[in-house]
Design a protein around this ligand. Structure first.
Ligand code: F6R
Ligand code: MG
Ligand code: MG
Length: 383
């Protein structure tokens, strides 16, 4: 029998700025999911967690992906939490609930959604990753390493069940198109795309048909709900989450964590407009402080058995990730010195906030022609 894991997340208000969720709000979301989801048998189990200003709902059920009742449950739970956030006067209360009324599918309404419909194995271990102050493309690098880089995941070389590689679904989020690439054959094509992490994002990973234990299965999924495109204007970074199934012909738990053993640079951080280091943290450190960050990732480990979730284990709470945290803090210090200069500040087109158009408008009458610059050169400089 098939089972579904649905992970749905939203920023519905935080304390004091965009820093950390407010416990009574999280409690209200939990109460709603328990009463209207678990106790009515709509879902078979759930867990609520949070990172930074985002509340995260992980649900197990048997209704498949894109199920209107499951999406409505999450939507209404966030609505209930928003009421508490509004009463408390929280900053950004209801921020990610962009529409007034639910209309059948939570996608495109603000919250981030990652869902997997699976054929559960005898033991079904998986990890839910949650990131704050960054964008979905921040998953490109670690997902590539987990499922395609043998220096990070040696199972690709030494486990006969993984040796055939995996299939990647990549989205062009600017054009609303997707492409499937089969690795290792298409490795360089994949890398040519996903290095542009603001545009091409890994949406899903599948096993190949020849996988001996789990043929043609969806084994990883990332949220790709780009808030700025949905709302037509900036309403907050899209702060992605992802689900990765592990073990037995898939990346081992440790192989699925290894890409985070060193920090790497992502876009987001302050005002969604800066490059900064990704820092793996345990649940106790899921507060956004310095310069509204630095961007963070949490990894919660679960197993699913007969519709019930066991866990979470707080994987990055381990001291083994202290090095990555220290490295991230050193990188933060280094890059912060650059103030508003690129490459700390993002290029103009990628910034979520910019005062540039107004500044250019104001300065337009003051701009003078540079006499000793040729026409041709002028054209080249303005591509
Ligand atoms: C980034 C983020 C924060 C805010 C910043 C300014 O994703 O959420 O860094 O952009 O705190 O917020 P406002 O403009 O709401 O005062
Ligand atoms: Mg926010
Ligand atoms: Mg957030």
């Amino acid at each position: 029998m098939k089972a579904t894991i649905s992970h749905i997340k939203a920023d519905i208000g935080s304390l004091p700025g965009h820093s950390i969720v407010y416990k009574p709000v999280v409690d209200e979301v939990e109460k709603y999911v328990k009463e209207k989801g678990l106790e009515t048998s709509l879902i078979s189990d759930y867990r609520i967690s949070h990172i930074g200003d985002d509340v995260q709902i992980t649900m197990a059920h048997a209704r498949g992906t894109d199920n209107p009742e499951i999406h409505e449950l999450a939507w209404n739970a966030f609505k209930a939490g928003t009421e508490v956030a509004k009463k408390a006067g929280l900053y950004g209360a209801g921020q990610d609930l962009l529409k007034d009324a639910f209309s059948g599918n939570i996608k495109g309404m603000g919250p981030g959604v990652a869902e997997l419909e699976i054929t559960p194995r005898k033991a079904e271990p998986f990890i839910v990753y949650m990131m704050d102050k960054t964008e979905p493309g921040a998953f490109n690098y670690p997902i590539y390493k987990m499922f395609a880089d043998p220096f990070s995941t040696p199972g690709l070389v030494i486990d006969p069940n993984m040796h055939m590689g995996f299939k990647f679904e990549v989205w062009d989020i600017y054009n609303g198109k997707k492409v499937y690439l089969s690795l290792p054959e298409d490795t360089y094509d994949l890398l040519a795309l996903i290095g542009s992490k603001g545009r091409y994002v890994i949406k899903r990973v599948f096993t190949k048909p020849e996988h001996e234990k789990l043929p043609d299965e969806n084994v990883a999924v990332i949220t790709t709900d780009k808030l700025s495109f949905i709302a037509g204007e900036y309403v907050g970074k899209d702060d992605p989450a992802g689900i990765v199934r592990i073990q037995s012909g898939l990346p081992a738990s440790g192989e699925a964590l290894e890409p985070f053993a060193n920090s790497y640079l992502v876009s987001g951080w302050m005002r969604g407009s800066f490059n900064g280091p990704m820092m793996p943290v345990g649940m106790n450190n899921s507060i956004m402080s310095r310069f509204d960050g630095p961007p963070r990732v949490m990894a919660l480990g679960f197993v699913l058995k007969d519709g019930k979730l066991h866990g979470p284990e707080d994987m990055f709470a381990d001291v083994a990730f202290d090095f990555a945290r220290n490295e991230a803090l050193q990188m933060a210090n280094y890059i912060r010195r650059m103030g508003v200069f690129e490459p700390h500040r993002l290029p103009d087109d990628d910034m979520e906030y910019t005062a540039l158009p107004k500044i250019l408008e104001k300065l337009a009458p003051k701009f003078e022609k540079i006499e000793d610059i040729g026409e041709e050169k002028e054209i080249k400089m303005h591509k």
